[in-house]
Write a protein that binds this ligand. Sequence first.
Ligand code: MG
Length: 367
Amino acid sequence: MKITRILAYRVELPLHETTYKWSGGKSVTVFDSTIVRVETDTGLVGHGEVCPLGPFYLPAYAEGVRAGIRELGPHLLGADPRQLAKLNRLMDAALKGHPYVKSGIDIACWDILGQAAGMPVCELLGGRYGADFHLYRAISQESPEKMADQVAGYRSQGYRRFQLKVGGDPDVDIARIEAVSAKLHPGDRLVADANTGWVQHEAVRVARAVRDVDVYIEQPCLTYEECLAVRRQCAHPFVLDENIDDLGILLRAKADLAMDVVNLKISKLGGLTKIRQARDLCVSMGIAMTLEDSWGGDIATAAIAHLAHSTPTEFLFSTTDFNSYVTVSTATGAPQRLDGRMAASTQPGLGIQPRMEVLGTPVVDVH
Ligand code: MG
């Protein structure tokens, strides 16, 4: 089987909540997502999606996905999309770095492999654990009262795990954590994600102020070293995210005892092939994970679901259903939340069919 054509489509994904806000005053109102389509000489076609959280979250931006595919695509024509390790080596040889550019192509090729094998991607990623898995809800940064109301509202929809967007004024963040915590019930789980927004001394202060609250602290500061310093002064379970973008830093963080949970995003690592390697390593090392992506719609959510569902349940700390945050559906067959839980498709590949009328005219066409 040979890749004959790679296309990319630009899709705008508005939000039900209108705006998503996080640390440092950053916000997005309409997500700019790229749907990648890989065609083959057999007629099998696969799809992937890459949707950065704006251009100011990770070193990734939406137009960069498309520019990167224009650069990388010609090198992949004629390659076998089912041979994913070889394909990733080919991508890394043709374009240094830029893992987010490669992510959508890699996901699309897993979709093709699954269809060729007649198996869902989650079974190819190691096997399905349980009937379904639990989701978390990200709570956009607002006043403490509004965030507490949002948590109560999403709790009534079945969610039991919540990730608060903090990383703002430390005093307000303390109030946010306390206000939300008061709304929780036994068994609920709360994460305060600062998304690199605190200076080191602020992070230590917040952690001390909420010492008696049952909350995880996620990525308090910009650099790994600052986070490690906070971790060493903090009694809470600790999550690293933005700094952990390859195996080298993952192994260093394990050796430094720098985290209890790690947040791995498909496009941050460079696709399902590379995140699976990191995921399996974390299982072997005893590190639980939030498995997700930076953002996306139906196709990204399908890929996340296959990754999450093929992860041993005790190591799946949380994941989320981005397709329920946005108002546009880009594919049929994508997993849907039910009572705060979700399951990967049982159909071959990702189990999705893109809505071509939503995708429109391709903005990249390599053939
Ligand atoms: Mg995070």
